[in-house]
Ligand binder design. Structure first.
Ligand SMILES: *Cc1c(COP(=O)(O)O)cnc(C)c1O
Length: 462
């Protein structure tokens, strides 16, 4: 299986190389050269299998010869062994024909663990075999960072640096990053917002001298392996609701468009998904783009669902690449317009194609809080604010087709917002009950590329 860049001007890579690289050298994102197909029979045969077995069958064709069957199966087992629920991604009915997919039973209580735990295993296996080391730098709006540090802590082959926007992540999110004790992990609090963190990360990848010197690797949702790991739970949940014999729709709380793009891949592989609903908070660039056809940045307004406080939605580039019939030059042109002018207009044909697959909606801050308050008595679920955005938007799409809303984080990751809305302060699971007693280790950094690169080079273990 080969991987090509969405901007069409970077080398074609294997799965292993695409995983270890992250961002393509032309600024684009890697996608598989062709999308493997699962037949009706292949999908029907997933019924009754464990999450790990489904994961193996869904992901195997994308991995090529990077891992043998046995090795890949072992990495999947190891990745999900630490989850706090035997089903890994349990499905819970909350309304008539409406189901919640609980993706928060991993070690850091958000769906990011599904991909990150597996990536940790895959990086270690591939790097050990190559006798190689990398420096992972990640930007986080809160959950990617803790998931990455948890997945990579203590690994010899990897030094990890996580940039997060100072003062804009929840206390639990921050502490999950700043209390990791292993010497190969570094939490960096950047003066700025998440888009600044993401922009500096992209700058580092485009600074080839630095990139090659530190052997920079990325694990943000721009990394194809992240998207791939998330494809699995679209299959596992759809199959338990009757796919491939009947279609299923999904409503996905969205920021960087990673999770919902995984749903798109599942659909393209053959899973009968009817609608993929983009659910945004008040930072609704994706919803506005779907409605108007214009992708126009407006700046970020902090919300109670901070992991979706974003205006430059990286993975949307992958959806555009498909909507433009894989025309890398056209995508590169749009991305130049975005960089120079803060936005672009999606062509008539491309927006039409996007609207065939994706619907969209938004939840204001009040609507999000109101849904948290309502969901506990009416649905028996204490929702995190991100999941509440999804459940709010889902209300407009309930009907004859089963709808699955992704519950992306545990409410205890966002206790202040959940308590303000519902009057109930969600408790952390017992295994992380002492989070607020552990000492914090964090470095403040300015929103400046040269300064950042210096901090990172200074922190790499010899
Ligand atoms: C990352 C995150 C999201 C947004 O996911 P994307 O893949 O970036 O769209 C939503 N909810 C939570 C809790 C997250 O951590």
């Amino acid at each position: 299986m080969q991987y090509v860049s969405t901007r069409g001007r970077a080398p074609v890579l294997s799965f292993e190389e695409a995983m270890l690289t992250g961002l393509a050298r032309d600024g684009g994102l890697y996608v598989p050269a062709e999308i493997p197909q699962m037949s009706h029979g292949d999908i029907a045969a997933l019924a009754g299998l464990s999450y790990e077995e489904i994961a193996f069958r869904v992901m195997r064709p994308f991995v090529g010869d990077t891992f043998s069957d046995d090795e890949f199966g072992g990495l999947i087992e190891a990745a999900y062994a630490g989850f706090g629920h035997a089903a890994r991604a349990p499905l819970k009915q909350v309304q008539s024909n409406h189901f919640l997919l609980e993706l928060f039973h991993g070690p850091t209580l958000a769906f990011k663990d599904f991909a990150m735990q597996l990536i940790g295993q895959m990086f270690q296996a591939a790097l050990t075999r190559r006798g190689d080391r990398v420096t992972i730098v990640g930007a986080t709006s809160g959950d990617t960072g803790s998931a990455a540090m948890e997945a990579f802590r203590g690994l010899d082959a990897v030094d990890v640096f996580i940039l997060f926007p100072h003062g804009r992540v929840s206390d639990v999110q921050r502490r999950q990053m700043t209390t990791v004790t292993e010497a190969n992990t570094h939490a960096l609090a950047l003066t700025g917002d998440f888009d600044d963190c993401q922009a500096r990360l992209k700058d580092m990848f485009n600074h080839f001298d630095f990139r090659d010197r530190v052997r920079l690797a990325g694990v943000n949702s721009i990394n194809w392996a992240r998207v791939l790991a998330q494809v699995v739970y679209f299959f596992s949940s759809a199959v338990s609701l009757g796919a491939p014999h009947r279609p299923v729709s999904f409503c996905v709380p969205t920021g960087n468009f990673g999770d919902i793009f995984a749903g798109y891949i599942a659909k393209r592989m053959g899973l009968p998904i009817d609608k993929l609903v983009i659910a945004t908070n008040q930072n609704d660039i994706l919803h506005r783009a779907m409605v108007s056809g214009g992708y126009v940045t407006e700046g970020v307004t902090p919300s109670i669902s901070p992991s979706m406080d974003i205006q430059v939605s990286s993975n949307f580039e992958r959806a555009l690449f498909e909507a433009y019939d894989r025309d890398g030059a056209a995508v590169a042109q749009l991305m130049d317009e975005l960089k120079d002018g803060g936005g672009f207009k999606i062509s008539q044909g491309a927006i039409g194609r996007l609207r065939e697959t994706f619907a969209s909606g938004r939840a204001s801050e009040n609507e999000t809080s109101a849904m948290i308050a309502r969901a506990l008595p009416e649905m028996g679920e204490l929702l995190c604010p991100h999941s509440a955005v999804g459940v709010h938007v889902a209300q407009d799409f309930l009907g004859a087709t089963p709808l699955v809303t992704l519950a992306t984080a545990h409410p205890a990751k966002f206790p202040d917002a959940v308590e303000a809305a519902s009057g109930i302060r969600p408790a952390l699971p017992a295994r992380m009950g002492d989070l607020f007693d552990r000492p914090e280790r964090v470095q403040r950094v300015e929103n400046d590329l040269a300064a950042l690169e210096k901090v990172i080079e200074g922190g790499i273990r010899p």
